[in-house]
Design a protein around this ligand. Structure first.
Ligand code: ASP
Length: 448
């Protein structure tokens, strides 16, 4: 049995839905279908989720978003029309969106989540109706009834482990189950969404819960590539990679598959197959537990911008009991989480996502580090890019770091920081944001 997830671009128009129908109906093992909200039809188009967020914000600001909401309903209506579905499908969708729009706004974050979730929820109903109209038995599954229970964290909720057992019952359904991605319910019955692009996570949770043999993730590219094709034209396609490799690559900017979506499938040992809705015969990329290391040391290179670093030095830091704890406490008090902490004898660097720390928070954090921790030096650097060189083979190959740093040196790129110790499958370089592309290109040419 397979769980199959379709992303927004695979569901953006009636024409796309026909492809989805063909893919699902040609393989009887494709039993559970997870859907995103309709995505972009072309590069200038808007995603339904973005329109819904705009609607929610407009209402919260005290204006009416009814006309913008009508644009959303129109997106569904166009799809339904192309597929020849009955009028009442759209009436139901319109009424559902209107009731979400006019729901209580006492808790703004929850209000936004509920409206966002409506994008996938209504799409699942539409897809189920379409499948039925084509003569296959298909049923919309309500995540609340199915038992997808999540933590109480608006906008970036996480699955609670008890969900898995409850979701197993979906296997018993006779027809195809169409399940909305991106959200679950708290124990108190409130709708909360995962982080953006979170339908991948739903698919992975369902694959785990129903003990599927395979989780197929349909998107709009033929494969996961060794590097972003916008940075290096026609890069090498990756046929097989491990969960750990994919996790590192997704973390650092590969957007094909959500980095949080790997864990549920990994825990249940279910392989993930990335495929293209627009070219389903293409082999795609398989994510597995173990692979043969035939690729050389490196499988892919990813990069992401928007990081900053706080460098702290203090003589005899290594001897000072509780320095790290007090430092992290200061971050915690300011609601800031860190990404990496490379350290030396008398110094430590915190790497953070810049968007978490506005000017005020930065001043407060540096002031407290200087005063409370009596640091000798505190230096904040902005606009850093992190580059991840990833590959299971690195462990067994001598000289990979040397090759990477030489490639960067030859391209005249200054390395702000290297972090290799902790992860066995990646090497991380921080460089100035403006050097990101050049650095990625240099590394790609070195290893591929
Ligand atoms: N529609 C949601 C988003 O745009 C979730 C998803 O597509 O996976 O983030």
């Amino acid at each position: 049995m397979k769980v199959v997830k379709f992303g927004g671009s695979s569901l953006a128009s009636g024409e796309q839905l026909k492809k989805v129908f063909h893919i699902v109906s040609e393989d009887p093992q494709r039993k559970i279908v997870v859907v995103s909200a309709p995505g972009k039809r072309n590069p200038e188009d808007s995603k339904v989720t973005d329109l819904l967020i705009a609607c929610a914000k407009r209402q919260l600001a005290g204006s009416s978003a009814e006309s913008l909401l009508e644009e959303v309903v129109e997106r569904y209506a166009l799809i339904a029309d192309e597929l020849g579905l009955e009028e009442d499908v759209i009436e139901e969708i319109r009424n559902n969106f209107l009731s979400l729009l006019h729901a209580g706004q006492e808790e703004p974050k929850r209000y936004i989540d509920a409206l966002k979730a409506g994008g996938e929820d209504n799409n699942a109903k539409l897809v189920a109706a379409y499948f039925e109209s084509r003569g296959i038995e298909a049923e919309y599954a309500d995540p609340k009834e199915a038992g997808l229970i999540v933590t109480d964290e608006s906008g970036f909720t996480r699955v609670l482990p008890e969900s898995y057992q409850r979701l197993y019952a979906l296997r018993e359904k006779t027809g195809i189950v169409v399940f909305p991605g991106f959200f679950g319910y708290t124990e108190n019955g409130e709708v909360l969404t995962f982080s953006r692009s979170g339908s991948d996570i739903t698919g992975s949770i369902l694959a785990n819960g129903t003990k599927a043999d395979l989780y197929e993730n349909f998107t709009d590219v033929d494969a996961v590539y060794a590097v972003n094709p916008q940075v290096v034209p026609q890069p090498k396609a990756i046929r097989e990679l491990t969960y750990r490799e994919m996790r590192e690559l997704s973390y650092a900017g590969f957007s094909v598959f959500h980095d949080e979506a790997l864990i549920p499938a990994f825990r249940a040992g279910i392989p993930v197959q990335i495929k293209n809705t627009n070219n389903p015969d293409a082999q795609g990329t398989r994510i597995v537990n173990k692979r043969d290391n035939t690729n050389g040391p490196v499988i892919g290179i990813a990069s992401d911008t928007g990081f900053c670093s706080i460098y702290i030095s203090k003589y005899l830091m290594n001897r000072e009991l509780g320095f790290g704890r007090r430092l992290l406490h200061i971050l915690e008090d300011n609601g800031v989480s860190y990404e990496h902490i490379p350290s030396g004898i008398d110094d430590v660097t915190l790497i953070l996502r810049q968007c978490q720390m506005d000017e005020m928070a930065e001043l407060e954090i540096t002031r407290r580090i200087t005063e409370e921790l009596q640091a000798d030096e505190v230096i904040v650097e902005h606009d850093l890019a992190l580059i991840m060189v990833v590959g299971e083979g690195m462990r067994h190959n001598v000289g990979t770091t040397a090759r990477a740093s030489r490639a960067l040196a030859e391209a005249k790129i200054n390395i702000e920081m290297i972090n290799q110790g902790s992860s066995e499958v990646s090497m991380m370089f921080a460089v100035k944001g403006e050097a990101e592309e050049k650095a990625v290109q240099a590394l790609y040419h070195e290893f591929f």
